[in-house]
Design a protein around this ligand. Structure first.
Ligand SMILES: [Zn+2]
Length: 69
């Protein structure tokens, strides 16, 4: 199932489902790195694919990029 994401639907998703804020104003594709601001105030970049599918929705400090076993 591939929902067609737009910068607007992404912003709504991020607002409704996370404490993170979307800073980017355009979305060109799943591999594009979007700018986010974590609830702690740190800004970070994450491709939408990872943000959405891998639930990497915080900065590297709040959510270290390590797979839990
Ligand atoms: Zn953080």
């Amino acid at each position: 199932m591939s929902k067609k994401w737009t910068i607007q639907s992404i912003r709504e998703y991020v607002e409704k489902n996370t404490d993170t804020k979307l800073l980017s104003t355009e979305f060109t594709g799943f591999s594009q790195k979007l700018d986010f601001q974590c609830a702690c105030g740190t800004t970070f970049q994450k491709p939408w694919k990872k943000f959405k599918e891998n639930k990497q929705q915080k900065c590297d400090v709040c959510q270290p990029p390590k797979e839990s076993r």
